[in-house]
Design a protein around this ligand. Sequence first.
Ligand SMILES: [Zn+2]
Length: 420
Amino acid sequence: MGRFFRFVASLLFLPFALAITTSAETKLQAKSAILFIADGMGLAMITAARIYDRGVSGQLHIDLFPKTAIVKTHSSDNIVTDSGAAATAIATGVKTNNNVIGEDKTAIFKRRHGKRLTTIVDLAVKAGKSVGLVTTRRVTNTTPAAFYSHHHNKFAELAIAGQFVDDELRPHVLLGGGRRFWLPSKGGRNLLQELKVKGYTYVDSKKDLEKVKSKNTEKLIGLFSMDDMSYELDRNSVDSTQPTLAEMTSTAIEVLGKNPSGYFLMVEGGRIDQAAHNNDVLRTITDILAFDEAVGVAMKAVDVKQTLLLMTSDHETGGFTVSGSAPVDTKGKALLGKSPMGRIKGYPMVNWASGPGRQRRPVGKIKSQEHLSHSLIPSRLSEHTAVDVILAGMGPGSQKVHGFLDNTEIFTIIKAALNI
Ligand SMILES: [Zn+2]
């Protein structure tokens, strides 16, 4: 009788239990999360990269995200954010002033520390998850730094590297450039040695990264250049020892993915911003394509039922636009050259609001490999712009990726999905 009663009761409870499990596992709760940040990438750049590489009707990996939202990016003290305030908003859910990382708006750039903010990395490590940060810039540069360090001056990279080593809640995987801040300096610390003592494996080349046995590796630091890593376009010609962003992403997922409690990984296409500051159309586009490749690698490698994937940008750089008139089958050729028809025939199809390359006249004869762009306001480097950026998502917890959001809500979405 008792057994029969328990059996009937369990049948009654079953659909309810299943409903809870289904909604928890396939909808709101994620075991792991990967956040892709394309530094400085605006929507027009995505359009250009797609047309350049795949044609107007082709698809990038980032085109496959089913959920999208528009994201506002201003900082506490500026209409136009820098990467420090933007990365802090994304990493901590709190707006701060430009050039500050991991501290609130009571911080004054280069003068006074503000309140130290809790990052998504702190929460994930405390919850027993593994954490990784991957970038093509220096690992102490602004975007990754905002996820693990706290400073009123984003340029204090030696101190930022020291904070990484000293913080007990530090990420388990750190891959990118900027070796010079980790080498022993005169009278200073030997940070790499200190990390080795704390159990980190150190690699400094593509070959060594390939040799990492992810099954036996819990903590990994890879520094593949003294400064920023190469632009994708120059990677093989300048330094063939550097891995691609996709290769670093793949290894990071393998190392972090072993944790039964899940992981959080941030992957930055960091040099898109720098190429755009130089109004360098080709390097902007090819670094976006390398970023897109990393997104593709992750989409294939993870269990999408358990992993929240997000892709966003911290701000747009340069005021990049594509205009003019060209037949669809001209693909990238027209983008890197002059508009072959229409009202601005003879002018470049890609133009910028500011930066190098101010021209008033149509373009004359162009060399075959030359890529062209003009800027409206002459300056050595272009400025960031205030235009909204895109957030795209898939997987559990991505239901909140819709409408107009503030960049601080990206933190909230990840925190809620991981339940940390
Ligand atoms: Zn920038």
